[in-house]
Design a protein around this ligand. Structure first.
Ligand code: ADP
Ligand code: ADP
Length: 220
């Protein structure tokens, strides 16, 4: 993943906010990158631009040779479904579906057949094998997030984006979730890009980017 002069400006005139200022970033395939910075510094804006959820004011995002924002809406949305997995702070599970059906949702939305073997492998790695027939409210926060991680991985995307994945968890289940997220991502060779406030979690990554007032810098 590579960006060139990525810039996002919200508002106009006196209300103008430069949320992201001319960011040029390269993230290698299979790398684990964390993005840290205070509230309002531009972390979500950067994540949204990298993952095709929002359009930049200036600059470009390349995934391999693909110029993300040169795609029309339909192709962009198809590319996102194929190439990206998302994990959120609020687990965003569908309350009336079992863990297994939640995990398979990206496959079902694409009108493909669920891959039972891969689901078994993922749920073993994420330690939720015995929870697959349960509804989200029957699971702990950590278990719900592990279901959400399996859902992010099930369609075999290349890149996983996670926005404060442990923000709703206590520190013990938070570190458990992070351990399983990183080991599962590495096992399957995924690129992992996470936003976090937590310095300890940021430190687990191969590389760290810090953002302050929309300016991105690599932390050494
Ligand atoms: P973070 O994720 O680090 O908390 P954000 O990327 O959400 O930061 O926000 C960066 C800056 O852009 C902040 O000053 C925020 O107020 C502003 N911002 C974010 N979204 C919008 C929007 N839709 N309209 C106007 N300003 C916005
Ligand atoms: P929060 O910052 O409150 O934790 P989330 O991480 O759940 O919010 O969501 C971040 C942003 O991504 C929100 O603007 C939300 O609307 C958007 N979003 C959430 N789920 C999806 C999805 N499946 N596809 C596209 N956008 C999404």
């Amino acid at each position: 993943l590579r960006t060139e002069g990525l810039t996002k400006i919200y508002g106009k005139g006196q209300n103008e906010v430069v949320a992201l200022n001319n960011a040029t970033i390269t993230i290698g395939a299979g790398e684990f990158m964390s993005i840290v910075g205070p509230s309002g510094s531009g972390k979500s804006t950067l994540l949204h631009l990298l993952s095709g959820l929002d359009r930049p004011t200036k600059g470009r995002v390349f995934i391999g040779e693909k110029d993300l924002y040169a795609l029309n809406e339909k192709d962009l949305s198809a590319f996102r479904r194929k190439s990206f997995g998302f994990i959120f702070q609020q687990f965003n599970l569908i309350p009336i579906l079992t863990a297994e059906d939640n995990i398979n949702m990206p496959i079902l939305l694409d009108r493909k057949q669920p891959d039972k073997e891969y689901l078994k492998e993922l749920s073993e790695m994420l330690e939720i094998k015995d929870r697959l027939i349960h509804l989200p409210h029957e699971l702990s926060g950590g278990q719900q997030q592990r279901v959400a991680i399996a859902r992010a991985l099930i369609a075999k995307p290349d890149i996983i984006f996670a926005d404060e994945p442990t923000g709703n968890l206590d520190s013990k289940s938070g570190s458990e979730v992070m351990k399983l997220l990183t080991s599962t991502s590495r096992q399957f060779g995924k690129t992992l890009i996470i936003i976090t406030h937590d310095k300890k979690i940021a430190g687990l990554a191969d590389r760290q980017l810090s953002i302050i007032d929309g300016m991105v810098q690599e932390v050494n």
